[in-house]
Design a protein around this ligand. Structure first.
Ligand code: SF4
Ligand code: SF4
Ligand SMILES: [Zn+2]
Length: 464
């Protein structure tokens, strides 16, 4: 009997990467890897690598939990996903993190910028526009978990601090500023003023590489000194910072372990977020079967390139398990104690806990601290934890604060190649746009930016 060379696992709806039409897709396993197979009647067949770890890919389904929805949806379902964003009533997760792009402008012109920002592109949003976008988030979420002020480069907005003041006056639990760090590096007084917004305030600092040659390719500029100086200022202020690493295959994926080890030594750094990106379409001869960097590959590289994480330290985040991996550790005077392996998965599936921002989650924090203290009583502690604690100098009275918690996140944003309607409905990183709609970050970049709107309208028309 003839047999397929792959094992058929699932069926979904994807997009044609050429014309962005909804098309059927199969998920198959072949030679230890997970692929998506699809066919557009007009643009033919494509095969896309979506994961290189079948066991992990299957395990994602065990992390599903009942969806939490916003208090208000902003659009109806009419044309079918993803042409109804949003959030439309069909969406299956509220905004765990909402991005507010306060300007199109930037003091860099990165070749990889999804927003096309540059010193001259577009304009700054007015204060009134930004306030109205922030109000929309609050109307949807009541007490938004995380709001991220972004751009372009938000720190060059002439009313940047007025925007922060307004955001701080709202019931937002955690506020972040997404920045390339140039302003923080050049102007200590500026950084000092940022510190006045703490607590519940965090810098999301672009940090892609230790090599100027890599930074020139990704960002079009030599930024090593800028990063160093920005971190020096942030450390001086102990201003909570997450390093954000945009990963490109073959370019900076060998620096993953080095970045984590470096981050662990920085007083102000609470964690590292890795964002795998694809260069499809921008590179000739890009092979979607072999040249993509997938979330599972990043996870494997973290395990390979660091000494302390094991497989059960880096697990799917239940609010959007396809796109997010998380791991927690305690950093203790040069020692690292991975924690995720001690967290009961059932607790993660409890809706009362937001696993994206542990600083906001007293329970989760308490749980981690409990793990630490139960380690002192051997009857409750796992042998492993107990023996780990015995190696540490201060088991008697650990003085733990947020400074000691460290978090690794892998955040994969789907593109037209690996788009899967099943997982996009769980997207929890959203953007509020200028029409006060809340749009998943991925579909925003695919279909809802100004230069895509005409195509979107055509696609919507074809659905009727
Ligand atoms: S991605 Fe979400 S908001 Fe957008 S159309 Fe699909 S279900 Fe609706
Ligand atoms: S720093 Fe960010 S916003 Fe500015 S051009 Fe680069 S990617 Fe775009
Ligand atoms: Zn097509």
């Amino acid at each position: 009997m003839p047999a397929r060379k792959y094992t058929y696992y699932d069926h979904t709806i994807s997009l044609c990467p050429e014309c962005l039409k909804r098309i059927d897709a199969k998920i198959v396993f072949e030679k230890e890897k997970v692929y998506m197979l699809k066919r557009c009647p007009e643009h033919g067949r494509s095969k896309v690598l979506i994961a290189d770890d079948i066991a992990y890919y299957k395990n994602i389904r065990n992390y599903n939990k009942p969806s939490e929805t916003p208090y208000r949806f902003n659009t109806d379902t009419h044309f079918g996903c993803p042409y109804d964003c949003g959030l439309c009533t069909d969406h299956e997760q509220h905004s765990c993190l909402t991005v507010v792009e306060i300007t199109d402008r930037c003091n860099l012109s990165c070749p990889t910028c999804y927003a096309g920002s540059s010193p001259t592109y577009g304009r700054h949003r007015t204060l009134e526009e930004v306030k109205s976008m922030l109000d929309t988030i609050v109307e949807n979420e009541r007490e938004p978990d995380v709001v991220q002020i972004s751009g372009g480069e938000p720190t060059i907005h002439p009313q940047f601090f007025e925007i922060l003041d307004y955001a701080k006056s709202l019931p937002i639990k955690h506020l972040m500023v997404n920045t390339n760090g140039i302003r923080i590096s050049n102007d200590f007084e500026f950084a000092r003023r940022l510190k006045t917004y703490s607590p519940d305030f965090e810098i999301y600092l672009q940090f892609d590489s230790f090599e100027n040659s890599v930074l020139r390719t990704m960002r079009g500029a030599d930024l090593v000194k800028v990063r160093e100086n920005a971190l020096k200022n942030l450390n001086k202020l102990n201003l909570s910072t997450t390093l954000v690493v945009t990963l490109q295959k073959g370019l900076n994926d060998q620096e993953i372990g080095k970045t984590i080890n470096f981050a662990l030594r920085q007083k102000c750094v609470r964690g590292v977020t890795f964002q795998p990106t694809q260069v499809a379409g921008r590179l000739e001869n890009f092979n979607t079967e072999t040249d993509r960097i997938t979330l599972t590959e990043v996870r494997r590289k973290i395990l390979e390139q660091t000494d302390f994480f094991e497989a059960d330290d880096l697990i799917p985040v239940p609010c959007n398990p396809d796109a997010l991996v998380m791991g927690y550790a305690l950093k203790l005077e040069g020692n690292v104690l991975p924690l995720t392996r001690y967290i009961n998965p059932a607790d993660l599936l409890d809706n009362s806990k937001n696993t994206i921002v542990y600083e906001q989650d007293e329970d989760l924090k308490q749980q981690m601290f409990d793990i630490f203290s139960t380690g002192i009583s051997p009857d409750k502690a796992s042998t492993k934890l107990h023996s780990l604690l015995c190696c540490l100098p201060f088991v008697e009275a650990p003085e733990l604060g947020y400074d000691n918690l460290f978090r690794i996140i892998i955040m994969e944003f789907v593109d037209a190649y690996n788009f899967d309607v099943r997982s996009i409905k769980k997207s929890c990183v959203h953007i509020v746009n200028k029409d006060n709609k809340i749009i998943p970050f991925e579909t925003m970049n695919l279909l809802y930016r100004d230069d895509k709107i005409e195509r979107l309208k055509q696609l919507q028309k074809e659905q009727l």
